[in-house]
Design a protein around this ligand. Structure first.
Ligand SMILES: [Mn+2]
Length: 387
């Protein structure tokens, strides 16, 4: 998910119902001292009270476009909380096609019941709940009506929040590795028992966002990871981690191996037109494992966009400022840690437009290398990987 700025995270104080449920001792004063579960329950009750009887108690759960395992895990966790914990009805709707093999495997293996945002009738719900993103983020679509009642996320807020409507229940914790861990906490505190499917979905969310607790993992992530694994479906969790790969994946591997060039610590693989936009990110991951490679720029044209993925190794540094320089002033981008992605819209996605984008990206990437080596030094010549 996109991390846009270093703006502060704001958690509104005050609770809608004035109940006296206390926060954990030592826990920072959030939700005006109410427990998160009590505050959320009250916010949803207030929303129901303000709605027409035919939609009362019906909620829509949304996340960012092209949902990843943490987004999908958090959606399933919230679904269970609303249905089993609070007795509400809910629908989870996703926006945009899911392409990445692991994410498709998660949807199919766990048989998740997801509606399509575009064909969802918004007037059938009294409120919207958002997970793993926030209303002002790009790659996120929320309806004008009904309003967003609750947000659960672990990304920093955009600097310019644009004076959006305050959300009654906003739980943003940037010190956590996964949004799925937040939903695990609500389920635990509400005393809702995890079923195998929800536990598996939550586990996959925490696993992939924290790289099996190896990055950004807090004590809550650790507890959630272990408890959801205990209750999850282990053969299914293993199957999701080793998904079947399409023939087009292997065609792209062959193409990427002949197209990629190594320039010192950089491997750059600009693939022309691709059949699946996720193959761009998959090739970036694939090349980063090569000895001597510290960063990878992979790109490919899909439909009317040129898609870019950038990866760095742990020693090399942050991906976000690098992708900004590789893109120049073109397109949009986001990222955190060692992963970044960008997109350049193309009015005419023809071969010559793709070629000129790829030449510009290559030039910008090589300029980064020249600048970081000796003053005025040229970037090393590109070597084929079979040389
Ligand atoms: Mn996440």
């Amino acid at each position: 998910m996109t991390e846009l700025s270093n703006g502060p995270t704001t958690v509104p104080a005050g609770r809608p119902d004035g109940t006296a449920s206390a926060a954990e001792p030592g826990e920072p004063e959030r939700f005006g001292g109410a427990s998160p579960v009590a505050h959320l329950r009250a916010a949803l009750a207030a929303c129901c009270e303000a709605s027409a009887p035919d939609v009362r108690g019906r909620f829509l759960i949304l996340t960012h476009m092209g949902p990843d395992p943490d987004a999908l895990g958090a959606c399933e966790g919230l679904r269970l909380l609303l249905e089993q914990g609070f007795g509400h009805e809910c629908v989870v709707a996703t926006h945009g096609k899911v392409h990445r093999a692991e994410n498709v495997a998660l949807l199919e293996t766990l048989e998740l019941d997801l509606a399509d945002y575009e064909s969802t009738e918004m007037s059938a719900f009294c409120g919207v709940l958002l997970v793993d993103t926030q209303p002002a983020f790009r790659h996120t679509v929320v309806p004008e009506d009904p309003a967003v009642v609750a947000v659960f996320d672990h990304h920093r807020s955009p600097q310019s929040e644009g004076g959006g409507e305050p959300v009654p229940h906003e739980d943003v914790r940037i010190d956590l590795g996964a949004t799925s861990s937040i939903l695990f906490e609500y389920l635990r505190d509400a005393g809702v028992e995890l079923d195998q499917r929800t536990a598996s979905a939550l586990f996959c969310g925490i696993r992939y966002d924290t790289a099996d607790l190896s990055r950004n993992a807090s004590p809550l992530d650790e507890e959630a990871y272990i408890e959801t694994f205990r209750r999850g479906d282990r053969p299914k969790i293993a199957a999701i981690d080793n998904p079947p790969l399409s023939r087009s994946y292997y065609r792209h591997v062959a193409q990427a191996l002949t197209t990629a060039r190594q320039h010192g610590p950089l491997i750059i693989a600009l693939l022309g037109r691709v059949e699946n936009p996720e193959h761009v990110a998959e090739m970036a991951d694939f090349f980063l494992r090569m000895k001597g490679c510290s960063w990878v720029v992979a790109g490919g044209a899909f439909e009317d966009s040129y898609v870019l993925s950038l990866r760095t190794d742990y020693a090399f540094g942050k991906a976000y400022p690098l992708i900004e320089r590789v893109l120049g002033d073109e397109g949009s981008f986001g990222g955190h840690g060692h992963i970044a992605g960008g997109r350049i819209p193309m009015e005419d996605p023809g071969q010559s437009a793709i070629g000129s984008i790829e030449r510009r990206l290559l030039k910008n990437a090589l300029a980064v290398i020249s600048a970081s080596s000796e003053e005025g030094a040229e970037a090393p010549d590109g070597r084929r990987l079979d040389e």
